[in-house]
Design a binder for this molecule. Structure first.
Ligand code: PMP
Length: 397
């Protein structure tokens, strides 16, 4: 049976990671993979996480299963982190959450849940979007279509075109929005634009899925969720897929959550039973470690304060690098304007250079960027920023 299989190409980002690893140039820079890096190019374990892990090691009493929805205290803490403590949807008991293996796991749960609601549903994603969105929804057997989002020419949003397309999406379909720090463009909706999208969702009756994988990496924990919270206050139904990979630095622990908001408590209970049945048929129960760490941090004022500080530090570093990168590139690359880098949020921006220039960066300078020209701003440091800007200037001359 296996001999019928045809080999598949390596995922471009994973291929890039392997090529970077094999490169012996000590000036090499990896701007491909989407993980936060500090000034030393490391992705360290947060101190708050280490403390929580020490606590867990000392106090864990069993390795028995944790149940389909996972750690219920974690689920509740995540709802509060996402929506704020006193959100009307929480007060009305309309939210149900299942812990999931990473943001990706939560998206797969959401995909199967959508399929149980409407097998014919089309999921609408931004052009462009995180590549895995498309394969993930298609793998679940759903149709995927794109709506205009990033304006490659003007390095902004195609908001009017987005509005036009969304105004034709019917009830029964799902529109996926990135809450903040859009991957791959870094270009986010402002609050007025979120309000407009909420109006369209109400008129059209489609369901919105908000993917929030970078809460706290843009402006602040609250501001990064402001659009999501507004939307949740306006519509009857909403799906939220969240990830703790980036903001808690828990990437390999695979911790996220899928939250479903329904029109009333009774529907929420039914939706919850369906979501848990989906979980049962995919992985039965989620892993315990990551949820326990997040719950321990969010249950302690001291650890929460420590985490807030560490998250602020990561965000400040990214935003500082955005300003510096803009200045250096504008200085060194004559006739080019990189001011968009400072207007965007999170780790990613498109440099807007072509394939040949990207290849030259890799071959001649050992600078690794994915083919779309998306760069992970956190991959730059004060030590290599001049080398990087000089290289970009050289290949774009
Ligand atoms: N959504 C988006 C937009 C992402 O960028 C990512 C991670 N790259 C995820 C979801 C999934 O995150 P996780 O690693 O937690 O599965």
């Amino acid at each position: 049976m296996f001999s019928q299989l045809k080999p598949l190409p390596t995922d471009p980002i994973l291929g890039l990671m392997a090529a970077f690893k094999a490169d012996t140039n000590d000036k090499k820079i990896d701007l491909g993979v989407g993980v936060y890096k500090d000034e030393q190019g490391q992705t360290p374990v947060l101190k708050a996480v280490k403390k929580a892990e020490e606590f867990r090691l000392a106090n864990e009493t069993t390795k028995s299963y944790i149940g389909l929805a996972g750690n219920l205290e974690y689920c509740q803490k995540m709802e509060q982190l996402l929506l704020g403590d006193a959100h009307p949807a929480l007060l009305a008991d309309r939210v149900r959450t299942a812990q999931a293996p990473g943001g990706t796991g939560s998206l797969r749960v959401a995909a199967e849940f959508i399929k149980r609601c409407n097998e014919q549903a089309t999921v609408w994603v931004t052009t462009p979007t995180w590549a895995n969105h498309i394969s993930l929804f298609e793998a679940a057997g759903l149709n995927v279509k794109e709506y205009p989002y990033y304006d490659y020419d003007n390095k902004g949003l195609l908001f009017d075109d987005m509005v036009n397309t969304l105004s034709q999406v019917p009830a029964g379909d799902v529109v996926l929005l990135h809450a903040c720090c859009h991957n791959p463009s870094g270009m986010d909706l402002n609050f007025a634009q979120w309000q407009k999208v909420a109006e369209i969702a109400k008129v059209q009756g489609f369901t919105v899925l908000v993917d929030i994988a970078y809460q706290g990496f843009g402006t602040s924990l609250d501001e990064d969720a402001a659009g999501l919270r507004h939307l949740a206050s306006q519509v009857d139904e909403l799906i939220i897929c969240s990830s703790c990979s980036k903001n808690f630095g828990l990437y390999r622990e695979r911790i996220g959550a899928c939250s479903v908001i329904s029109k009333d408590q009774a529907t929420a209970d039914i939706a919850n039973s369906v979501m848990l049945s989906v979980v049962r048929s995919i992985y039965s129960m989620p892993p315990a470690h990551g949820a326990d760490i997040v719950n321990t941090i969010l249950s302690s004022d001291e650890l929460t304060a420590m985490w807030h500080q560490e998250l602020d530090d990561m965000r400040s570093r990214i935003n500082g690098l955005r300003s510096l990168l803009k200045d250096k590139l504008n200085d060194k690359c004559e006739g080019m304007d990189f001011s968009f880098i400072e207007r965007q949020h999170g780790m990613f921006s498109f440099l807007g250079i072509n394939k040949e220039q990207i290849e030259r960066l890799q071959k001649e300078y050992s600078i690794y960027i994915v083919g779309s020209s998306r760069v992970n701003v956190a991959g730059v440091s004060k030590d290599n920023i001049d080398y990087f800007a000089d290289a970009v200037a050289a290949v774009t001359k």
